[in-house]
Design a protein. Structure first.
Lengths: 115, 114
């Protein structure tokens, strides 16, 4: 049973297009994240949602807009795609950190290529 | 200076070798230190987690944190070909803003040759 799933797994598109990536978790977690991993494997957080509410928004262009319809889903919509957006995007989920660390579970990633 | 520094390797060792992976960091607010393993074309998975300073052992894996030196290590004993993966260190602080905000190193690619 997949814990954190993402669709699509691969996405190839032209510059200027708008695309969405979907994420779902069946772990009952309250917190979900989007990360970007560039070609050098550097993994950086983009957004974090707790109970459908945005709690982290790192310095990400406003062409990227996350949407959380419910606790189990966090989608990422990207407008006007640019070459530099090519990367692997990972969704993750965890319980809220509170006073201790809670493990983040990662999805399999969506490999986005912008031509 | 980046918040977390990690030598990207690649690191190639023979099967059975002891592997040492390291990260240094600059933010003294970090309290939680993690090692994630990422196989090719997969998402990272948590391998070890340590709170504050000290050692933690789990089978063939040992994580060490030295907060005074701002230095963390992961040791793999009796390395196996199945250990071939990219190992990412990650850290977070209890306070300082965002819940669960993990800062990752760039990852070290390890290859264990049979």
């Amino acid at each position: 049973d997949t814990a954190v799933s993402q669709t699509p797994k691969y996405l190839v598109t032209q510059m200027g297009n708008d695309k969405s990536i979907k994420c779902e978790q069946n772990l009952g977690h309250d917190t979900m994240y989007w990360y970007k991993q560039d070609s050098k494997k550097f993994l950086k957080i983009m957004f974090s949602y707790n109970n459908k509410e945005l709690i982290i928004n790192e310095t990400v262009p406003n062409r990227f807009s996350p949407k959380s319809p419910d606790k189990a889903h966090l989608n990422l919509h990207i407008n006007s795609l640019e070459l530099g957006d090519s990367a692997v995007y990972f969704c993750a989920s965890s319980q809220p950190s509170g006073s201790s660390y809670n493990e983040q579970f990662f999805g399999p990633g969506t490999r986005l290529t912008v031509l | 200076q980046k918040e977390v520094e990690q030598d990207p390797g690649p690191l190639s060792v023979p099967e059975g070798a002891i592997v040492s992976l390291n990260c240094t960091y600059s933010n003294s607010a970090f309290q939680y230190f993690m090692w994630y393993r990422q196989y090719s074309r997969k998402g990272p998975e948590l391998l070890m987690y340590t709170y504050s300073s000290g050692n933690k052992e789990d089978g063939r894996f040992t994580a060490q944190v030295d907060k005074s030196s701002k230095y963390i290590s992961l040791f793999i004993r009796d390395s196996q070909p199945s250990d071939s993966a990219t190992y990412l260190c990650a850290m977070s602080s209890l306070y300082g803003g965002s819940q669960g905000n993990l800062i990752f190193g760039k990852g070290t690619k390890l290859s264990v040759k049979p």
